[in-house]
Design a protein around this ligand. Structure first.
Ligand code: SF4
Length: 495
C-alpha cells in the first residue's frame, strides 16, 4: 500500500498548474507546426504563426500562454491500495489549496477568473478556486492525476444533443461546428463524448481532450478500428467547413478529433462536443508516496516564423479620423500605435447601468478604440501581463451604446460579430479589428504602458488605458460592413 502525503499532493497540483500555464503539450505543438506548414490561406497561416511564436515566448519567459489562464479541471484515479496520510482536508480542499498556491505565485501570477455565485454578484473568488474535481477508484496503489486549465472561450462553445439512434453524428457535427464561430480560438482539438447519459456524454467529451494529439500518425497509418475511422471522418468533415485559424478561413480548424464512448439506452444517442483551444493546457502525473511530482519542459524544435509586418498599414490612434477608417478593408493587417481603452463584460455592463441611470461615465469614448481584454497581472519588470483578446461576440449587446451613443470608432477583440453589430458598425462608419486569440504574450510585447482608469474594483475587468506600439491586428469588419469571418470561411469551404 502506498501512503501519499497531502502536502505532496497539494505541491504537485500547484506545480502542474504553473507548468501548464506556460507550456503546451509537445504533441499539440507538433500538430500546430504541421498545420502551419500545410496552411495555404495567408491570413490563417499568419494567425497560426502568431500562436506558435506566442507559445515559444511563453515557454521561454515562463509566463502564461494566454491571458485566460483557465478554469481548473482535475481527474483523479485513486488506486484502491493507496491512502492519504495526515488527511485533514477533503480532495476538493487539497486541489483548491494547490490552485491557490499556483495562481497567486509571485514570480508567475496567473489570472483569477472564477466568480461566485454564478448568477448575481459574480464576485471573483480571489484565488481561482474552486477547481472542478472528478474522482474514480481503480486497481493499483498509486494516484493518477490529470490536470487541465480550460479557457472560457472554448468551454463556452461546447455543444450537446440527444440524437435519434439512426441520426448521423457527422451530419450533426457539420451543423453545429459552424455555429461555434471562432470564439474557441481554432485550430484546436475537438473532444467528443458518445453515449451514456446526458452528464456522462459531457464528461467523456472533456476527458477525451486529455489524450495526446495523434491525428498526424492516424492519417499516415489509416484507421485500425471503428472509432478511429469515425475520428477520421469527423476530422475531414470539420476541416472541410473551411473555418480555419481564428475563423479567418483556411485548411485547418481541428488539429485532432478525440472520441470516448459508453453504452447507452436503446432509445438514445447522447452526443457532446467540447473544443480545446489554441491554449490547450493539460498534463498528467502519478504519485506513489515517494514525493511530489516534478515537471520538465519539453524540448521543442521551433520553426523559423516571420510574422509579416512589412507592408502593413501603420495606424496612429491618437489622430485618427472617420475618413481614415473608411479606407480600411476587411482582411487588411494593421499595426496599431497610440492609446486605446480596454473593457470587457463587467465594465460594459456597468457603463450601460450608469448610462441608464443618467449618470456620468468615468471615461470619454468619442473617437477612441476599445480592446476587449482582461490582462494577467504584471510580474516583476512587466508593464502588463499577457493580454490577448477575449471573444467580442459577448459585447454585441452593447454595440448600440458604444458606437451610436458614445461615438466609439472601433473595437478590438477576437471572433465574429453578430448581424446587428455588423449593421451598427456600417451605419456608424466604425470598424471591428481582431487580434489573434491565444497570442497573449505576443500582444503584451506591443504594450508599452498600462494604467487603470476606471472601475478598479473589477480587477482584470477594470477599464485600462494601454499605450501600444505596432500592435498587430486585422480588420475583421470594415466600415462598409464586410466581415472576414463571413468571406474567409466561404472561400475555403470544401463541400
Ligand atoms: S486561446 Fe482563446 S479560448 Fe483559449 S483560453 Fe485563450 S482566449 Fe480563451
Amino acid at each position: 500500500m502506498s501512503v501519499i502525503h497531502c502536502e505532496d499532493f497539494v505541491v504537485s497540483i500547484a506545480r502542474a498548474l504553473q507548468f501548464i500555464s506556460c507550456h503546451h503539450p509537445p504533441d499539440f505543438i507538433a500538430a500546430m507546426i504541421d498545420a502551419w506548414r500545410r496552411e495555404e490561406s495567408g491570413a490563417a497561416k499568419d494567425a497560426i504563426g502568431q500562436i506558435l511564436l506566442n507559445a515559444k515566448i511563453a515557454a521561454e519567459t515562463k509566463r502564461p500562454i494566454c491571458q485566460d489562464t483557465g478554469m481548473i479541471t482535475v481527474f483523479l484515479k485513486i488506486g484502491m491500495g493507496c491512502r492519504f496520510a495526515d488527511a485533514g482536508k477533503t480532495l476538493q480542499e487539497m486541489v483548491d489549496e494547490g490552485a491557490r498556491r499556483a495562481y497567486l505565485d509571485r514570480d508567475n501570477p496567473l489570472r483569477l477568473s472564477m466568480v461566485a455565485p454564478p448568477v448575481g454578484a459574480r464576485r471573483n473568488t480571489g484565488d481561482n478556486s474552486p477547481a472542478i474535481v472528478h474522482c474514480e477508484y481503480g486497481p493499483g496503489d498509486g494516484l493518477e492525476v490529470m490536470v487541465a486549465a480550460k479557457g472560457a472561450g472554448s468551454e463556452n462553445k461546447s455543444k450537446f444533443a440527444v440524437l435519434n439512434p439512426s441520426d448521423s453524428l457527422v451530419d450533426w457535427a457539420r451543423r453545429v461546428v459552424p455555429r461555434m464561430g471562432a470564439g474557441w480560438c481554432p485550430p484546436g482539438v475537438i473532444g467528443v463524448g458518445l453515449g451514456g447519459s446526458v452528464e456522462k456524454a459531457m464528461l467523456l467529451a472533456k476527458k477525451s481532450l486529455m489524450s495526446p494529439v495523434d491525428m498526424p500518425e492516424l492519417l499516415r497509418r489509416g484507421p485500425g478500428n471503428r472509432l478511429e475511422a469515425l475520428r477520421l471522418e469527423l476530422y475531414e468533415a470539420i476541416n472541410h467547413l473551411g473555418i480555419g485559424a481564428q475563423g479567418l478561413g483556411g485548411l485547418t480548424t481541428a488539429l485532432d478529433v478525440k472520441i470516448l464512448e459508453y453504452p447507452t439506452h436503446a432509445a438514445s444517442l447522447p452526443v457532446a462536443l467540447i473544443p480545446n483551444c489554441a491554449a490547450t493546457r493539460h498534463c498528467r502525473f502519478h504519485l506513489d508516496g515517494s514525493g511530489p511530482a516534478t515537471f520538465t519542459p519539453p524540448v521543442i524544435s521551433w520553426p523559423e516564423i516571420n510574422v509579416k509586418n512589412a507592408g502593413c498599414r501603420r495606424v496612429f490612434l491618437d489622430k485618427i479620423s472617420r475618413a481614415e477608417l473608411a479606407d480600411w478593408r476587411a482582411g487588411e493587417s494593421l499595426l496599431l500605435n497610440g492609446v486605446l481603452l480596454t473593457g470587457r463584460d463587467a465594465a460594459h455592463q456597468r457603463l450601460a447601468e450608469l448610462r441608464a441611470a443618467g449618470r456620468d461615465l468615468p471615461v470619454e469614448f468619442q473617437g477612441r478604440f476599445i480592446y476587449y481584454v482582461g490582462p494577467v497581472s504584471p510580474a516583476a519588470g512587466e508593464v502588463v501581463g499577457p493580454a490577448g483578446p477575449t471573444t467580442a461576440t459577448r459585447m454585441d449587446k452593447y454595440s448600440r451604446l458604444m458606437l451610436e451613443d458614445l461615438g466609439l470608432f472601433g473595437m478590438i477583440g477576437k471572433a465574429e460579430r453578430g448581424p446587428d453589430t455588423i449593421n451598427l458598425i456600417r451605419d456608424n462608419q466604425a470598424v471591428y479589428l481582431t487580434a489573434t486569440g491565444g497570442a497573449a504574450c505576443l500582444v503584451a510585447q506591443a504594450i508599452t504602458a498600462a494604467r487603470v482608469v476606471a472601475f478598479a474594483d473589477l480587477g482584470m475587468e477594470a477599464i485600462h488605458e494601454f499605450t501600444v506600439r505596432d500592435m498587430p491586428v486585422m480588420v475583421a469588419v470594415d466600415s462598409q460592413g464586410h466581415s472576414i469571418h463571413h468571406s474567409g470561411p466561404a472561400q475555403w469551404r470544401r463541400d
